[in-house]
Design a protein around this ligand. Structure first.
Ligand code: SF4
Ligand SMILES: [Zn+2]
Length: 111
């Protein structure tokens, strides 16, 4: 997996951990079973992304290959964890925001 994809997966995992530990299982260290399945799904989508190693962040994607229910679920997780990420993982967050802002999907020019 390309470095940019690994970085994105690390960011997603941290966000899912924040959400899971606050909402699903506060007293434990890792992800609950459902969240682990969700993370596997995100990893599988990321590995098979039609944009290859040139992928944008998924929230900026014009294709969006996720199943609708999974897309809605990850949207809720990101919405919850996003504001909490800057405090807990500032470097990852800044790198993600940079990619979100400047990494357009191939063939598209960001206005
Ligand atoms: S949502 Fe878009 S960017 Fe994300 S994995 Fe699917 S095709 Fe790639
Ligand atoms: Zn969970």
């Amino acid at each position: 997996m390309a470095y940019s994809k690994k970085l994105e997966m690390t960011t997603v995992e941290k966000m899912m951990l924040i959400h899971c530990q606050d909402r699903h299982q506060p007293a434990t260290a890792g992800l609950c079973g459902d969240c682990r399945k969700m993370l596997d799904y995100v990893r599988q989508r990321t590995e098979k992304c039609v944009f290859g190693d040139d992928k944008p962040v998924c929230s900026q994607c014009p294709v969006h290959c996720y199943r609708p229910a999974m897309r809605e679920e990850i949207r809720k997780i990101m919405q919850y964890a996003g504001p909490r990420m800057l405090q807990r993982h500032p470097i990852l967050t800044v790198r993600y925001m940079y990619r979100k802002r400047f990494k357009s999907p191939p063939g598209q020019v960001r206005k």
